[in-house]
Each structure stands twice: as structure tokens, then as C-alpha cells.
Design a protein around this ligand. Structure first.
Ligand code: FES
Length: 159
């Protein structure tokens, strides 16, 4: 169930548009802020609030790759796999992350701390390899820097 505060925020967001459906991406973000991902139950609730079908809302949710329709860890790592980062060492960084985290791309660590996902260009192509952890951008990655970054997030309950 969404909290009453979340429902209120979604209703308020919908008032900014001529049609409530136009607030659907913002509404999904509100859900994700509180729950990390958008479950089927939450999707149905949001669809009801915005007067749209769950199927229509799901098609929006699955179109945006930053809306998560499956559970994710406390920290989502988005590793850029586009061409510049590839040339600058993506494969090495990806292998290092997989080893350190003990997961493949698309998976969450056993302790629920990290989910590792591939991502298209993060817009910092001249300073790759690059990744985001949560909303933080990390550039010029090498193995040592990755270890230092992971250590920082491991110590932080919700980075
Ligand atoms: S190619 Fe990786 S940030 Fe653009």
C-alpha cells in the first residue's frame, strides 16, 4: 500500500497537468523514492489515482529504464556500457565490479546493498569509464577507485 503522504503527493502532482495521466512518470518516481521499486500493487494504486489502466501505466514504467519494476538493492549502480566508456576500459571495470560484488549485471548482492545494472551513456564520455551509484556520478574509474567507492557506500545505510 502507498502511504497517505505518497497518495497526496501524487494527487498534487496530477493537478499540474490538464490530464492526470501526464503526471505518471513523476508519480512512479514518488513511489520509487519510498520503496526503491514499483511493485504490481503500487502500480495498480497509482493507475487508479491517475485514472488510467495498470497496463498503460506499466508500459510507461517499462519504457523508462530508471523506473525499476523489480526489487533493487539499497544502492543501484548504473555502469555505462556505451562506446566511449567501452574504449576507456568498461570491460575491466565491469569484471572488477562483478568480482567485488559477487553478482552478474542485473543482479543484487546477497546483502541487498547493491544492484548492478548496465546503462547507456551517462553524458561524461571524455571521463570514462563512468558509473552512477544512486544519484552520484563517478568518473575516470579504475579498480582502486571502484573499491574505494564501494567501501564508502557499504558504510552508509542508505547512500
Ligand atoms: S559513453 Fe560512457 S558516459 Fe558517455
Amino acid at each position: 500500500m502507498l502511504t497517505e503522504q505518497e497518495r497526496e503527493r501524487i494527487r498534487a502532482e496530477a493537478t499540474h497537468y490538464d490530464y492526470p495521466q501526464a503526471a505518471c512518470v513523476e508519480a512512479l518516481k514518488i513511489v520509487q523514492e519510498g520503496h526503491r521499486w514499483v511493485s504490481d500493487e503500487h502500480l495498480k494504486e497509482v493507475a487508479g489515482l491517475l485514472d488510467m489502466s495498470p497496463e498503460a501505466l506499466d508500459s510507461v514504467a517499462t519504457f523508462y529504464n530508471l523506473i525499476f519494476r523489480k526489487p533493487v538493492g539499497e544502492n543501484v549502480i548504473l555502469l555505462c556500457d556505451s562506446v566511449s566508456c567501452w574504449i576507456l576500459g568498461y570491460e575491466n571495470i565491469c569484471a572488477h565490479l562483478k568480482t567485488r560484488l559477487g553478482v552478474e549485471l542485473g543482479e543484487t548482492t546477497a546483502d541487498g546493498k547493491f544492484t548492478l545494472l548496465p546503462m547507456a551513456c551517462l553524458g561524461t564520455c571524455d571521463r570514462g569509464p563512468a558509473m552512477m551509484v544512486g544519484s552520484d556520478l563517478h568518473r575516470n574509474l579504475d579498480n582502486e577507485k571502484v573499491d574505494e567507492i564501494l567501501g564508502r557506500y557499504r558504510q552508509t545505510p542508505e547512500a
